[in-house]
Ligand binder design. Structure first.
Ligand code: NAD
Length: 170
């Protein structure tokens, strides 16, 4: 994140045309490759859009150039009994797969191999090279502040809360 990162932020809750917003930043409405870090809990684009589980999969196929790669760590399930769409209740989504085929996209998905990166990440955190607390906006709170922390986290604030009941963290 840079001080100017706001100018590179795309807000799909207000303005649903993803390609147009990318074009304003890059000069072209396409990217080389995409990552779906949302999964089946995706919301539709635009104001007051409800749940739309295939939204991000379709969006990344739309905006990734031909031959590009799509990384999909976002979770997709085989059962979602609470879904409003009957097909989605068994994990069947309305994915425009022909788009991915026509553009010869490569798809990679599944559980991320966290253990593979664990040791190197730990070393870079311990050496101070990776400022992980800063990157996830870690916020230390007391036990009394915990109910408020849970409430804020549930509302989707861009913070991770660390409860420090004995005041041991600086
Ligand atoms: N593959 C793995 O091993 C692995 C590991 C960790 C997390 N996950 C999955 O990754 C996904 C994200 O996890 P998280 O903890 O960051 O979840 P999160 O709820 O904190 O973040 C999801 C974000 O997606 C945003 N979002 C919703 N609809 C969107 C849309 N249409 N377009 C763009 N953004 C949209 C939400 O506003 C939210 O900020 C989840 O599905 C989680 O289960 C997978």
């Amino acid at each position: 994140m840079t001080e100017n990162s706001a100018q590179y932020t795309i807000n799909l809750s207000k303005h649903d045309r993803l390609g147009e917003q990318i074009e304003q930043i890059l000069g072209v409405p396409e990217v080389d490759c995409s990552i779906d870090a949302v999964g089946f809990e995706a919301s539709g684009h635009g104001e007051d859009a409800g749940e739309k589980p295939a939204q991000v999969l379709n969006a990344i196929m739309d905006i990734t150039q031909a031959g590009g790669g799509l990384g999909i760590p976002g979770l997709y399930v085989t059962e979602d009994p609470g879904a409003s769409d009957k097909d989605a209740q068994t994990g069947s989504l309305k994915v425009r797969f022909g788009q991915g085929w026509a553009k010869a996209h490569t798809f990679n998905t599944g559980q991320t191999p966290a253990m593979k990166y664990n040791r190197d990440l730990m070393k870079s955190i311990l050496s101070g090279q990776a400022q992980i607390a800063k990157a996830v906006n870690a916020t230390v709170i007391s036990l009394d502040e915990a109910p408020g922390g849970y409430k804020d986290f549930d509302s989707g604030v861009a913070k991770k809360f660390v409860i420090d009941p004995h005041g041991m963290l600086k």
